[in-house]
Design a protein around this ligand. Structure first.
Ligand code: NAD
Length: 324
């Protein structure tokens, strides 16, 4: 692929910074847009003085700043968002504004500045509680059970409307749980921090039987890049793919892996019981496994299972905590 001029919104965050590393390693130009609400400068420090790299410290809710600065790129990898699913029940507006308003601003900047491609990191949560698993992309009805899932679905709809109206080409990727180094949220991160505070016991939200699919970060980044490359070769205006591993793992099994990787013994598990039949919290989808055959047909293949992904991520995050 020829050299691309790329923008990565949320490029200082977990997935974004790994995508930046990958794009830089492939010789592309990268502009990062981040307000550092969750992103960290350490995640992108290695590129700061590189001639192909630029950092824009911008709050993407500031429409004028976005219009002014988000330009002269071929593609926007739009990752900036508030990914805290749990926050939706306490502060729905934060989820709405960080996700939907920001996506609207990004699309408007793309329209006004003539940017051709958007790659959007959507989420498995757009499906809600499904009765078909693995869940394919054409599953219906789409009925999110969290404000976060709803915000992602709203973003997808906005992107599709802009694609048809303004001929912006859109690749929408519905990600399973992504895990790995630099993550600052999610069940593995939570467990490690709880166990550091008290290595004798672990509070587990829900009944521990929630079962979901986890994908290692390198597999996720390869999917984003590979599917985008395939997308640019096609005439499609919009493509939607599920991205995840082909197996799943329970929360209790994740706890076992984290405890083992931390070298702890005799940890007492305290299940909160959760809500509505064992969900961790209101809006927590209890069972999630995505049908990824469409992405597999395009030549992408994850190298790790959910179990391997969780173990690798736990190991990396424990090491990171040790460095703090
Ligand atoms: P993250 O919080 O690490 O990264 C998000 C980044 O966006 C952060 O650097 C944050 O500072 C930035 N940001 C947030 N609001 C902003 C704003 N108004 N202006 C500028 N920057 C802003 O989260 P992540 O896990 O890396 O998630 C990246 C994307 O992938 C998100 O869109 C998320 O919804 C999606 N996603 C993540 C997962 C997962 O398991 N991590 C799963 C499905 C989808």
């Amino acid at each position: 692929m020829s050299t691309l001029r790329t923008a990565v919104t949320g490029g200082a965050g977990f997935i974004g910074s790994h995508l930046v590393d990958y794009l830089m390693s492939k010789g592309h130009y990268v502009k990062v847009f981040d307000n550092f609400s969750a992103g960290k400068i350490e995640n992108i420090r290695q590129w700061m003085s590189h001639e192909r790299f630029e950092l824009y410290k911008v709050d993407l809710k500031d429409r004028n700043a976005v219009f002014e600065k988000l330009k002269d790129v071929d593609v926007v990898f739009h990752l900036a968002a508030n990914p805290e699913v749990r926050l939706g029940s306490q502060d729905p507006y934060a989820i709405y504004s960080d996700n939907v308003e920001v996506t609207f601003n990004v699309l408007e900047a793309m329209r006004l500045n003539g940017i051709k491609y958007i790659v959007f990191t959507s989420s498995s949560t757009v499906y809600g509680e499904t009765n078909v698993r693995p869940t394919p992309e054409d599953y219906s009805p789409m009925e999110p059970i969290s404000v976060y899932g709803a915000s992602k679905l709203a973003c997808e709809a906005l992107i599709m409307g802009y694609a048809h109206t303004f001929n912006i080409k859109a690749l929408i990727l519905r990600l399973a749980n992504i895990v790995g180094p630099r993550a600052q949220h999610g069940v593995i991160y939570d467990f490690i921090h709880k166990l550091l505070a008290d290595p004798t016991q672990l509070e587990i939200l829900g009944d521990g039987s929630q079962r979901k699919s986890y994908l290692y970060i390198s597999d996720c980044i390869e999917a984003i890049y590979h599917l985008f490359r395939e997308f640019t070769k096609s005439n499609a205006l919009i493509e939607v793919y599920n991205i995840g591993s082909q197996d799943w793992i329970t929360v209790k099994e994740i706890a076992d892996i984290v405890v083992e990787e931390m070298g702890l013994k005799g940890v007492k598990y305290r299940f909160t019981g959760g809500v509505e039949g064992g969900r961790g919290w209101r809006g927590d989808v209890k069972y999630m496994l995505l049908d990824v055959s469409k992405a597999l047909e395009k030549g992408w293949r994850p190298k790790h299972t959910s179990r391997e992904a969780v173990r690798l991520a736990a190991r990396a995050l424990i090491k990171e905590v040790g460095k703090c």
